[in-house]
Design a protein around this ligand. Structure first.
Ligand SMILES: [Fe+2]
Length: 255
C-alpha cells in the first residue's frame, strides 16, 4: 500500500533585498541570486503545498524591497508565511505582507501539521530574542491547535550550529523557548535562517534545520567572520509526512 502523501513545504531565507535592484551587497547582486533561486524553485513549487521565509527579507528595511520580494515570491503560487530577521523592519514587512498568498502571520496549517512562525527580531540587535509577547503567541498557538504535528520556524537558530561567531549572535536565552518545546509532544522539527549556510542538527531527537541564504553565504565552521564567496544560493524542501516524520534536503542553484 502506498504511504499517504506528505505536505511539501519550501523554505527560503535571507534574501536581503535592497531598495535599488541593481545594487550589490557583499559582492553579489541579491536580486539576481533571488531570481535564479526562484527559477530553480518553480518546478518544486508545482508539487508543493506551502512556502516559508525565515527572515532578513530585505537588508535595508525598504518598502521597495518588500514589495519586490512579495511580487517575486507570489509568482510561485504557494500560500506562505514570512517572519522578520534582524535586518527587517517589522512594521513595514507586516504592511506589505498583510493580505494575499503570503502573510506575516504566526501560523499556517498544512494537512495535519501546523507551522508556527516566531518573531525573534530584537530591535537594534543582531542576535535574536523572544519577548514575553512572542512567547505568549506561541503558547496560544500550541493551546488552540488541533494539529497532530508541529514545525517551528524562526530567524535565529535556537541551537549552536558550530560556526563560532554566528553562535554568539543566535537566539539569546533559548531556554525560554525550549522550556515550552521540550515538553511539547507534537514538536517534530525546527527550521531557521540567519547563518547563511546549510545546517542539519537535532535537539533531543527533534531535527533542527537551517537553509542557505539566497544572498551571499557565510563560511560554515568559521571561528571568526568569513564569507564563502563561491557558495551558490539555495533553498530547502521539507516533506511533512502525515505520521509526523520529516524528510528534507537543500537544493543549491547552479551558477
Ligand atoms: Fe541574513
Amino acid at each position: 500500500m502506498r504511504a499517504p502523501a506528505p505536505q511539501r513545504l519550501l523554505h527560503i531565507t535571507d534574501t536581503h533585498l535592497l531598495a535599488d535592484p541593481s545594487a550589490q551587497l557583499r559582492g553579489v547582486n541579491v536580486d539576481a541570486r533571488l531570481q535564479a533561486t526562484l527559477a530553480a524553485m518553480q518546478p518544486w513549487a508545482a508539487r508543493a503545498n506551502g512556502l516559508v521565509h525565515t527572515g532578513d527579507l530585505v537588508h535595508d528595511g525598504s518598502m521597495a524591497g518588500y514589495q519586490r520580494l512579495r511580487d517575486a515570491l507570489s509568482r510561485l503560487g504557494l500560500p506562505g508565511r514570512v517572519m522578520p530577521g534582524n535586518h527587517d523592519d517589522r512594521a513595514g514587512m507586516a504592511q506589505v505582507f498583510d493580505q494575499g498568498l503570503l502573510r506575516a502571520e504566526p501560523t499556517m496549517m498544512l494537512g495535519n501539521w501546523m507551522v508556527v512562525c516566531l518573531d525573534s527580531l530584537s530591535d537594534g540587535a543582531v542576535e535574536g530574542r523572544l519577548s514575553a509577547e512572542d512567547l505568549a503567541t506561541l503558547d496560544q498557538a500550541l493551546n488552540d491547535t488541533r494539529a497532530d504535528h508541529l514545525l517551528v520556524a524562526l530567524h535565529h537558530p535556537p541551537v549552536a550550529v558550530g560556526t563560532k561567531w554566528l553562535d554568539a549572535i543566535g537566539l539569546h536565552q533559548p531556554e525560554a523557548l525550549w522550556a515550552r518545546l521540550d515538553t511539547e509532544p507534537r514538536l517534530r522539527g525546527v527550521c531557521c535562517g540567519h547563518i547563511h549556510h546549510a545546517f542539519s542538527g537535532e535537539r533531543a531527537g527533534v531535527p533542527v534545520y537551517a537553509t542557505p541564504a539566497t544572498a551571499a553565504q557565510f563560511l560554515a565552521g568559521a571561528k571568526d567572520f568569513a564569507m564563502d564567496a563561491d557558495a551558490p544560493p539555495g533553498f530547502r524542501w521539507l516533506d511533512l509526512h502525515p505520521n509526523g516524520r520529516i524528510t528534507s534536503d537543500v537544493i543549491t542553484v547552479p551558477g
